[in-house]
Design a protein around this ligand. Structure first.
Ligand code: PNS
Length: 162
């Protein structure tokens, strides 16, 4: 496989995402982590903050680059001349949503394939939403996200309380 797009909201990037990025980087010549700008209206972190966090966390992986995209994912995949979309699959509960997206993307652009990677089992319970909930109660989330991400999340949550 040559070039893969790993899309998502990444609000914030967590260790499960990083695990999937590492697996994709071993399989592919290049992996573009792509933040969906238009799926992020209610995001806690700005796109620039999320890009910064992901770049910092993947600095040791030369195959990985980070960017944002607007509009349809399949159009971005074609524009990038990428070979596939990578998505992480944690549990059966993810399956319905992922199945729907993969088939809709295939319906929209028949050449775009989606490849699912399973993160290590120690991360399958992680989600950005739950991590933000835990952080919002004042609890430390550094077991689940990077120091840089934790600082950014805590700062944004503190600002929201003012
Ligand atoms: O991490 P998420 O929030 O589950 O990622 C969802 C994402 C960003 C991959 C999805 O919402 C997406 O692809 N958005 C871009 C717009 C698009 O192409 N929508 C149709 C998808 S079938």
């Amino acid at each position: 496989m040559q070039k893969a797009i790993y899309p998502g909201s990444f609000d914030p990037l967590h260790n499960g995402h990083l695990d999937v990025i590492g697996r994709a980087a071993r399989l592919c010549d290049s992996v573009v982590v792509a933040i969906a700008a238009n799926a992020s209206k209610n995001a806690l972190l700005s796109t620039a903050e999320r890009i910064d966090i992901i770049k910092n966390a993947t600095a040791h992986l030369p195959e990985v680059s980070v960017t944002e995209f607007e509009g349809l994912l399949v159009d971005f995949v074609i524009e990038q001349k990428a070979d596939c979309i990578i998505r992480g699959l944690r549990a059966i509960s993810d399956f319905e949503y992922e199945f729907q997206m993969a088939l809709m993307n295939r319906q929209l652009r028949s050449t775009v394939e989606t490849i699912f990677l399973m993160p290590s089992q120690e991360y399958i319970y992680l989600s950005s939403r739950i991590i933000k909930e835990i952080a919002a109660t004042g609890n430390d989330v550094r077991d689940f996200i990077s120091e840089k991400a934790a600082v950014a999340v805590e700062k944004k949550l503190a600002l929201k309380k003012i």
